[in-house]
Design a protein around this ligand. Structure first.
Ligand SMILES: CC(C)(COP(=O)(O)OP(=O)(O)OC[C@H]1O[C@@H](n2cnc3c(N)ncnc32)[C@H](O)[C@@H]1OP(=O)(O)O)[C@@H](O)C(=O)NCCC(=O)NCCS
Length: 128
């Protein structure tokens, strides 16, 4: 499927460089590494909104539209879509920029994060 988004949406949360340690034996960047960056970004945005600890409870389906290569700049953007009683839905986009300055959207997903207390159980998200 062709990805036609031309610019990121949401708040920039993480910017990093894809490194050789993040590759599979073929030298391509692992999809799992990118998913971890997205989970970190979603957790960071959710933690701020929830005023404390959160846990990822669900992620919707993901498709990868463009490869990430070693040396690419990878940026993760987050948009809070909605807040429930204890949960926060966050749309996360991952973009890459190569040395030629070309930017491509790599993937996106909606993460559901739950605010949890010290006991690891859900707690209400405070008012904004
Ligand atoms: C997060 C956790 C504490 C939630 O506990 P729970 O008993 O499922 O809690 P609840 O059923 O009360 O659901 C809590 C909220 O999450 C939402 N939720 C639960 N499962 C969901 C799912 N599969 N998809 C979307 N939302 C979900 C509920 O709708 C509820 O939202 P609301 O309060 O805003 O209405 C528990 O599932 C857990 O510890 N999961 C593991 C989290 C984790 O370790 N993540 C990292 C994996 S490596």
């Amino acid at each position: 499927m062709t990805e036609i988004a031309t610019k990121p949406t949401g708040e920039p949360v993480i910017r990093t460089i894809a490194m050789p340690a993040d590759t599979n034996p073929n030298g391509d960047i692992f999809g799992g590494w990118l998913m971890a960056q997205m989970d970190l970004a979603g957790g960071s945005a959710a933690r701020r909104r929830a005023g404390g600890r959160v846990a990822t409870v669900a992620v919707d389906s993901m498709a990868f539209h463009h490869p990430v290569k070693v040396g690419d700049e990878v940026s993760i953007y987050a948009t809070i879509l909605g807040v429930g009683r204890t949960s926060i839905r966050i749309f996360i986009e991952a973009w890459r920029r190569g040395r030629d300055e070309a930017m491509n959207k790599v993937t996106s997903a909606t993460f559901v994060m739950v605010a949890i207390g010290d006991d690891g159980r859900p707690r209400p998200v405070p008012p904004a």
